[in-house]
Design a protein around this ligand. Structure first.
Ligand code: ADP
Length: 421
C-alpha cells in the first residue's frame, strides 16, 4: 500500500476510491478500521470508510487515529483525510480536530486543505468555497440539518476548529503550477501555518496541487485533490499505473434500487424511473411506524414484479413530507426506521437472488451495506462523477452502486446497469 485514506462517510469513501482508481491506482474500500484479517496486499490505495462526519469530535479523532495506525502498519507512505466537498462541519468539528490529531500523530508540519471538486461544481477561490454559482453560505448547505454552512471562507471555518495556524495559497499562486505551490508551502511553513487552504477552480489546479504534495505526509480534502497523487508514486517508480475498468462483471441475478435519500438529485432520479415505467414502490416512515409497511411486504411486492427490469423501492420525499414525518415521529426515529426497513429489505432481496443493487443516500447506503454484511469493496467503472459500481469481496456475491444523495444525473437509475456485464 502506498496511499492510506480515511473518509468521514461511506459514499465519500467510494467517491475517493473511484477517483484513485480512475487515476491508475489499484484501490480497495473497507467498511471499518482494518485488522490483521483484512487482506490489503496487492492494493496501491486503501480507503477506510468511517462514519465520523457528525459524531462527537473525540470519537471521530479516536476512530481516525485507529484507521491511521492500521494504514501505516499496512505500509502507507502518505495519508489522505477525505471529507465532503462542501466542507460539512461545525465549529466543534470534525474536520479540524481530526486533521489536527492526524498531523500531530504523524509528526508532520503541514497539511493541504482543499475540498474542491470542479467536475461537481465545487470550487475554491481566494479561500472561499463555491457550490455551483454561489458561495457555500448561500447554497442549500446553509440549511443542512446537521452541518449548516454559514461561512464560505474555509480558512476562517477551519481556524475555528483548530488551534494550529491556518493559512491560504491563493489562486494566482496555484495557477502558476506545482513549483509555485511548493514555494508557497515552504514560505507558509516559515510563518508556522500548519494547514493551508489552497484555491482550485479547474482539475489542472488539483493535479498541480497533487504534484506539489509529493512527500507530504498528510493531505486533506475532497476527492478532487486525489487527482494528482497517483502520478507521484508512478514517477517515484513505486507503482505502475493500472487501467481503470470501464465495465464490471456482475453475478447473475435480479436488480433493485433502494432509495432513502430525500435530496433533490435523488428525487429527480426517482421521478425519471417512475416516468420510465420501472416497477416502483413508495414507502414512508409513517406507514412503517403504523406497521402497514415492513421488509416482508416489500419482498412480497418485489417477487411479483417482472424479473426483466430493475425495481425501485423509495422513501424519497419532498421537504414538507419529511418535516411532517419528523414532526410526528421525531427526526431520529423517522430516519432510523426507514434505514432499518430498507436494510432489512436489502437482506431479503439478496437472499431471494437480487445480486445487483443501487442504494441512494449516504446514511441509507451505510445501513444497507451493514445489513448485508459487506466489509470490503472492489471499485469498478464510474457511472456518473463520484459514483462507481463496486463488488463485495468475500461474503455474498453482489455488485453495489452506493450513491451520495446529491450525486448522479437524472437518468442514473436507468443507465447505471449498462456498465455491468
Ligand atoms: P443523503 O445522501 O441524500 O443525505 P441519506 O441516506 O444520507 O441521504 O439521508 C437521508 C435520511 O433521511 C435517512 O436517514 C433516511 O432514512 C431518512 N428518510 C428517508 N426518507 C424519509 C422520509 N420520507 N421522511 C423522513 N426521513 C426520511
Amino acid at each position: 500500500m502506498l496511499l492510506g485514506c480515511i473518509a468521514d462517510d461511506l459514499t465519500g469513501a467510494t467517491d475517493l476510491a473511484l477517483m484513485l482508481t480512475r487515476a491508475g491506482m489499484r484501490t480497495v474500500q473497507v467498511m471499518q478500521v482494518p485488522d490483521a484479517s483484512t487482506d490489503l496486499a496487492g492494493f496501491d490505495a486503501v480507503v477506510v470508510a468511517l462514519k465520523t462526519r457528525t459524531c462527537p469530535p473525540a470519537e471521530a479523532v479516536s476512530l481516525s487515529l485507529a484507521a491511521a495506525d492500521a494504514l501505516l502498519a499496512g505500509g502507507a507512505r502518505q495519508l489522505f483525510f477525505k471529507y465532503c466537498s462542501t466542507f460539512d462541519s461545525t465549529d466543534e468539528g470534525n474536520i479540524g480536530p481530526v486533521a489536527e490529531a492526524l498531523l500531530t500523530h504523524l509528526g508532520a508540519r503541514q497539511a493541504i486543505v482543499c475540498p474542491a471538486f470542479p467536475t461537481n461544481k465545487r470550487t475554491v477561490y481566494q479561500g472561499n468555497l463555491f457550490v455551483g454559482d454561489v458561495p457555500l453560505s448561500e447554497s442549500p448547505m446553509k440549511d443542512h440539518p446537521l452541518t449548516p454552512m454559514r461561512d464560505s471562507n474555509l480558512a476562517r471555518v477551519l481556524q475555528r476548529q483548530t488551534k494550529l495556524n491556518v493559512g491560504t495559497v491563493p489562486f494566482a499562486i496555484v495557477d502558476a503550477g506545482a513549483a509555485a505551490i511548493k514555494a508557497a508551502m515552504a514560505a507558509a511553513d516559515a510563518r508556522d501555518e500548519r494547514f493551508l487552504v489552497l484555491d482550485a477552480i479547474t482539475d489542472r489546479h488539483l493535479v498541480d496541487m497533487g504534484t506539489a504534495a509529493e512527500g507530504i505526509k498528510l493531505i486533506t480534502g475532497g476527492s478532487g485533490v486525489a487527482l494528482g497523487l497517483p502520478a507521484n508514486f508512478v514517477r517515484q517508480g513505486l507503482m505502475k499505473s493500472a487501467v481503470a475498468p470501464t465495465s464490471m462483471r456482475a453475478p447473475k441475478g435480479r436488480a433493485a434500487i433502494l432509495a432513502g435519500s430525500c435530496s433533490a438529485a435523488t428525487r429527480g432520479q426517482v421521478q425519471a424511473a417512475v416516468a420510465a415505467d420501472l416497477p416502483t414502490l413508495r414507502i414512508d416512515p409513517l406507514a412503517i411506524a403504523s406497521g402497514e409497511v415492513d421488509a416482508a411486504r416489500i419482498l412480497t411486492w418485489a417477487m411479483k414484479q417482472s424479473a426483466d427490469r430493475p425495481l425501485l423501492v423509495y422513501s424519497s420525499a419532498d421537504p414538507d413530507s419529511v418535516a411532517a414525518a419528523q414532526g410526528k415521529l421525531g427526526r431520529d426515529k423517522a430516519g432510523r426506521i426507514v434505514e432499518e426497513t430498507l436494510a432489512a429489505a436489502a437482506i431479503g432481496l439478496a437472499d431471494a437472488g437480487f445480486s445487483r443493487m443501487i442504494i441512494a443516500g449516504g446514511e441509507t447506503s451505510g445501513a444497507v451495506v451493514n445489513g448485508l454484511g459487506v466489509t470490503t469493496l472492489e471499485i469498478g467503472p464510474e457511472i456518473d462523477p463520484g459514483v462507481p459500481w463496486t463488488r463485495a469481496i468475500g461474503g455474498r456475491e453482489l455488485v453495489l452502486a452506493l450513491k451520495s444523495g446529491n450525486f448522479g444525473a437524472p437518468d442514473f437509475f436507468l443507465k447505471a446497469w449498462e456498465k455491468l456485464s
